[in-house]
Ligand binder design. Structure first.
Ligand code: FA5
Length: 384
């Protein structure tokens, strides 16, 4: 075989210009190949082995090169003036004419293949380095460029959610395309009850399907999924088939709170409502007042007003009454607990719901609810 210590020794003696590195790698193989040819041993086969080895190495290094700089150093080491291909080529001159005729074309084709592989890798790297992706600088700061930002809906829902999370609530979700059961029946609103009509429902073409009219529909989903006690806050989109004006829309968002435990009282509901409203409006002085209200799924039901966070003696926001209507609420009706598998003799609870746009409109002085989904850039920019 070619790869013996004696072959290296011969190589070192006879070709002193070879570097030790080259001897250890390819010079040895090539020199031995020439010797074997001279000695009439199967030289062609050995040369092919040598070419295959160098070619495989070179192709693998070309593939690994990730930049034009590293590609250039691969080129120099294989295709450069003193590279491995030139080394092989230089041995040609030691051969007889007949041998040159045999080996010349083999070596030339070998060099051509490596050159082509190098050029195609170079093309690919050059294309990559000028593609828009490569030129995209994520750190570039362009002060006059329009920036994306969170929509006012997202910002308000995040604010509300973090207040309820800080009070130990879990954020819950439910489908916007609902069944009558979750939107009405489970909420103690039997068929033919006039409360169903008051919601101006969008009915869908599938039987028994509607767009939820309120987030109270999430109550039953949450009670089915979680055993009592539970505390959830469910923000989400609702739909009502209503004529739109500055304070009413056919699509709006509500936030729903549901708290179920043993011995839950109205006092806990009111303390929760006041704490949440104080935090949302950033006003510790905010007070609440309660009026009777009717919602079939709570008993007793109440409407909770907040003292105007912007004035002490009346302003345009509170329409000079010093109070603003904010929440519908009450203690969960025993029928609602029962139908959802919770024993009303053991557990009680409170629920509340509010329009998210309404709270945001009060907080930020927004005068038309339709702006929220208008894609009106000057409006949205105020919250960017
Ligand atoms: C309800 O929807 C009850 N589910 C709230 C509730 C939950 C009561 C839990 C008791 C216990 P109401 O229909 O009043 O209630 O709607 C609540 C709020 O949603 C309203 O005060 C208003 O801010 C908002 N809202 C209702 N309809 C529209 C509409 N068409 N456009 C914009 N906001 C609306």
């Amino acid at each position: 075989m070619l790869y013996g210590t004696s072959a290296q020794a011969v190589c070192q003696q006879k070709t002193p210009h070879f570097h030790t590195y080259e001897i250890a790698n390819h010079g040895t193989l090539w020199y031995s190949a020439v010797k074997q040819y001279e000695q009439g041993i199967n030289t062609m086969k050995n040369l092919e082995t040598e070419i295959k080895t160098i070619e495989a190495e070179c192709l693998s290094e070309l593939k690994k090169a990730r930049s034009l700089e590293s590609l250039e150093s691969v080129r120099v080491s294989y295709l450069g003036r003193n590279g491995k291909v030139a080394d092989l080529m230089s041995t040609l001159k030691k051969l007889s004419l007949e041998q040159k005729r045999t080996f010349g074309p083999v070596l030339n084709q070998f060099k051509q293949r490596l050159t082509l592989a190098y050029e195609s890798r170079k093309d690919a790297l050059e294309k990559k380095s000028t593609s828009p992706d490569a030129l995209f600088d994520v750190t570039a700061y362009k002060p006059n460029q329009m920036h994306g930002s969170l929509h006012i809906y997202t910002q308000i829902i995040e604010q509300l959610s973090s207040i309820f999370i800080s009070m130990g609530y879990t954020i819950a979700d439910g489908p916007e395309m609902e069944t009558e059961y979750y939107n009405f029946t489970t909420l103690n609103i039997p068929e033919d009850h006039p409360a169903r009509d008051s919601h101006d429902t969008f009915w869908l073409s599938q039987p028994d399907r509607l767009l939820r009219t309120h987030t109270s529909s999430v109550q039953a989903h949450s009670m089915e999924e979680n055993p009592a006690p539970l505390a959830i806050f469910a923000p989400g989109r609702c739909y009502r088939n209503e004529a739109t004006d500055a304070t009413h829309d056919f699509m709006f968002t509500q936030g729903e709170g549901l708290f179920i435990d043993k011995n839950v009282s109205m006092a806990q509901l009111l303390a929760t409502a006041q704490t949440f409203l104080q935090q949302f409006f950033g006003s510790e002085k905010l007070k609440i007042r309660v009026r009777p209200g009717y919602f079939p799924f709570v008993e007793p039901g109440v409407e909770i007003d907040g003292s105007c966070p912007f004035c002490t003696d009346g302003c345009s926001v509170c329409k000079h009454t010093q109070w603003i209507e904010l929440l519908g609420a009450g203690l969960v009706h025993p029928n609602v607990l029962r139908v959802n598998g919770i024993d009303p003799d053991q557990y009680s609870g409170f629920a509340f719901g509010f329009g998210i746009e309404r709270l945001a409109m009060i907080k930020y002085g927004i005068t038309d609810i339709r702006l929220f989904h208008s894609a009106n850039i000057p409006f949205l920019k105020q919250f960017a």
